[in-house]
Each structure stands twice: as structure tokens, then as C-alpha cells.
Design a protein around this ligand. Sequence first.
Ligand code: MG
Length: 262
Amino acid sequence: MTGRFMTMKSAADFEKMKVAGSVVAAVHAAVRRAAEPGVTMLELDSIAHEVIRDADCRPSFLGYHGFPASICSSPNEVIVHGIPNGYKLREGDILSIDAGAIYDGWHGDAAFTMAIGEVSAEAAQLIEVTERGLWAGIAAARPGNRLGDVGAAISAVAAPHGYGVVREYIGHGIGRQMHEAPDVPNYGKPGRGLKLKAGMAIAIEPMFNLGTAETSVLEDGWTVITQDGKLSAHFEHTVLITDDGPVVSTLPEPKLVAAPTE
Ligand code: MG
């Protein structure tokens, strides 16, 4: 992607990214509490905006290439980048929420998918497995490993379920810009690609589809849906690469992730 470059962060930079990340975690918690049948996407967006503003941060998404809201709200067959609208949640829906916050110039970016009331067994499993894919990717994001290790770890979680792993939308470097190099695909070959080093920060964000991986974009130019209309789930965290291992910044408290045990 043109115009993007990779930046290395200091320990002080990471501290600011942790503040931004904790605000994103607070947005997630507030939206999760509020999301129930009858609630609209616009209501969730205003809740998110309020949390970010009350923390003296700015929303990463609002105004980004003209995006009109503070969150992306992506129900059911919407994969990512849904624009909050008047859609009212219904029992049985699944809903993906992506949010970003800027603290003192530094970004945090994270997403989750939740069930609205009782959902089908296959929807519940899609959510659970996609989240597991994210954590497998995070565990692989250790200094000395390569981006191919991260992508391979993610897609290996999807494979036994036959899920489509979205290829057109992927993770990214993050820092003073929401989107920096490198690209962080959710697929790859172990041992290939850029070597991870302490001081890098990446957003890892698998999107798994119940059907095929193919995507379409709606006429609004933003909303990405599955081409076959089947459900999609999305989980994302911002991950700081340190000498001790990957640290997830987009949680209420930063979390160092241990190496996977053999
Ligand atoms: Mg992202």
C-alpha cells in the first residue's frame, strides 16, 4: 500500500499506546453492555463517541477518509467497515464492532464480535473460533518470528472448520497513524515475511466467514459483505512487540502473552 511506512516505537511511545488501548477496551465494554435487541447502530456509535470523548481522546475512525462515525458496526453478513445506521439489532444476530482511539497522537485499534441474545450453534462457534484465531496470531507475534508465522497460526485455527479466511482485508502496523506498514495478513507461510522486532506495533485482525472468503463492497463505498451472504466474524487487538513477547494494548490492562507451549 502506497504512502505507508513502518515506524519503531520507544518504551514511552508504547506507554501512550497502552492508554489509547485502554480507552478502546472501555468502548468495547460499553458497547457490549448496550447491544441488545431493539438498539440501533447509531445509538451504539454515540455511546462509543461519548466514552472516547470522556477519556479526552479522539476517535481514530471519525473523518478517516471521510468515514462518518466513531465505530464500524458490522452485523451478520457484514465483514467489516459497516457504517452505523438505523438498523435495529434482533435476537439471533451477530454483531462486529471495531473501534479506535487516539491518545496524545497515538492509536489503539481493536474489534470484537458478539451474539445478540440466543444465536445458532454455528454462529456461536464462528465467533469462538475467530477469537481463538486472533489469540493464536498474537501468540506467534514474538520477536524473531516472522509475519508468515502470525498468518499461518491464524489460518490454521480456521482450517479444521472449513471457514473462509478473508484475504482482501488484513491487519496492519499502527502507531501515530492508524494504518502503517507492514501489512499483516491472516494467512501465510511459516518462516516467511518480515521478521518481527521489539519496538514494532501491529494490529492483528482475522475475519472468518461461515462460507467462502469472497467479499463485496456495497455502494456506500465502505460496507464489506460476504459474497455468499453467510455470517462473518472479526476480532482484533493492537499488539506491541517487546523483548519479553507480544503485549496486547487494547485491554483494560496491558497483557503480556506467553509463548505457546508445545
Ligand atoms: Mg485495524
